[in-house]
Design a protein around this ligand. Structure first.
Ligand SMILES: Nc1c(N[C@@H]2O[C@H](COP(=O)(O)O)[C@@H](O)[C@H]2O)[nH]c(=O)[nH]c1=O
Length: 209
């Protein structure tokens, strides 16, 4: 079985790192990286979230968080896997390019290789739990259930299920760019054929007209 090892964002498969720069929308807010989101959610104090969100380097975020261990929400150990899954899922559903990279790993085992982390990574010698690798493979399964074609651009109601059709997100920046790219893709693919794969839900009615 092929193994894919990743660690730093600048190295091969760096897109799989939580430090990789790519925005994610969670809780109706845009976070600069998965790391910014996960480290914020560790704390109940939302003032800390605002402080973290404007920090540039994910490493600075991680450093600040490790200094504030005494402020951790009491249930963190119980919820951390679910929160990480939610964030990693959002990242790979919300970005077509990243989704494609993940799907193109086929059935390879994905391993976060970091000697300093026995939980999210392999501990360097394979004794770590590799939870982030397991989560990435789980998200890959979830994507495969929707479509096995890495080039297929998914409809907005699947990529951004929490963004209402009437919301401002679709009228500017990221949301607008995505709708334009998706529309071009649907035209090339053939609207009827695409619609057969992805019939629009009630709140997106009329979108193929
Ligand atoms: N330490 C590290 C990465 N690992 C990430 O750091 C986080 C550590 O979480 P926690 O143990 O809860 O503070 C977690 O998201 C893990 O995947 N990644 C990188 O690119 N570069 C790093 O230097």
């Amino acid at each position: 079985m092929e193994e894919i090892k990743f660690f730093k964002p600048s190295e091969p498969y760096g897109e799989f790192s939580n430090f990789y720069y790519t925005p994610v929308i969670l809780l109706n807010e845009i976070w600069p990286t998965v790391e910014h989101y996960v480290q914020s959610i560790k704390f109940e104090d939302v003032n800390l979230w605002d402080r973290i969100k404007v920090m540039k380097a994910p490493q600075d975020v991680a450093n600040l968080s490790s200094k504030l261990q005494h402020k951790l929400r009491p249930d963190w150990e119980d919820v951390k896997d679910a929160i990480m899954l939610k964030a990693v899922k959002a990242k790979f559903f919300q970005h077509h390019r990243l989704k494609k990279i993940l799907l193109e790993t086929g059935d390879a085992t994905i391993i976060q290789h970091n000697p300093n982390d026995n939980y999210w990574a392999d501990g360097g010698d394979g004794t770590g739990k590799n939870k982030l690798g397991l989560i990435l493979m789980h998200v890959r399964e979830q994507l495969l259930e929707i479509s096995k074609d890495p080039d297929l651009i998914l409809p907005p109601w699947i990529m951004f299920p929490n963004n209402d059709r009437g919301g401002m997100f679709w009228n500017m920046g990221w949301g607008e760019d995505y709708i334009m790219e998706w529309s071009r893709f649907v035209d090339q693919f053939g609207a009827e054929a695409y619609r057969n794969l992805f019939p629009e839900p009630l709140d997106w009615e009329g979108t193929y007209n």
